[in-house]
Design a binder for this molecule. Structure first.
Ligand SMILES: [Zn+2]
Length: 149
């Protein structure tokens, strides 16, 4: 994960400044709700960031419409990455909060072309809980979803 942490106040964050044209960017795509531009770190050639046009710190700060627009743009950009760079794999990564490995606190997701042995690693420590525990988690989430609607 990138170690750069942007601690700017909301509205003055690095992506807001980029969107305002105050910072140069290698722009790929723009629409009313989203922008796509090259990640300056380029983990692999063709690595693109999709960001919300409005400042929203995390996924949970987006409207459902903005979240849908971000995934529409990511889907479109992924197709372009495939056509232009032809990677054998592709990973979408979206991080929220410091503990979630977010480093710029303006919603974005990564479209990352992948190659064998490209050095990208995500540890995935499985816990494999008992079936009753899974059922309990599902019940908690169904209750939470019911309260949302
Ligand atoms: Zn911002």
């Amino acid at each position: 994960m990138p170690r750069f942490i942007d601690t700017s106040p909301p509205g003055q964050c690095i992506f807001c400044r980029l969107i305002a044209g105050e910072i140069p960017a290698a722009m790929v795509y723009e629409d009313a709700q989203t922008l796509a531009f090259m990640d300056i770190g380029q983990v692999n050639p063709g690595h693109v960031l999709v960001a919300s046009r409005r400042h929203a710190a995390t996924l949970l700060d987006l409207t459902p419409d903005e979240a849908a627009a971000a995934m529409r743009t990511a889907h479109r950009v992924a197709q372009a990455v495939q056509a232009a760079f032809d990677p054998p794999g592709l990973t979408l990564l979206q991080a929220n909060g410091r503990e979630g490995d977010q480093t710029v606190f303006h919603f974005h997701l990564h479209v990352v072309p992948r190659h064998a042995d490209d050095g990208i690693a995500l540890s995935w420590p499985r816990k494999d809980p008992a079936r009753e525990v899974l059922q309990g988690y599902a019940a908690q989430l169904r209750q939470a979803l019911a309260r949302l609607s």
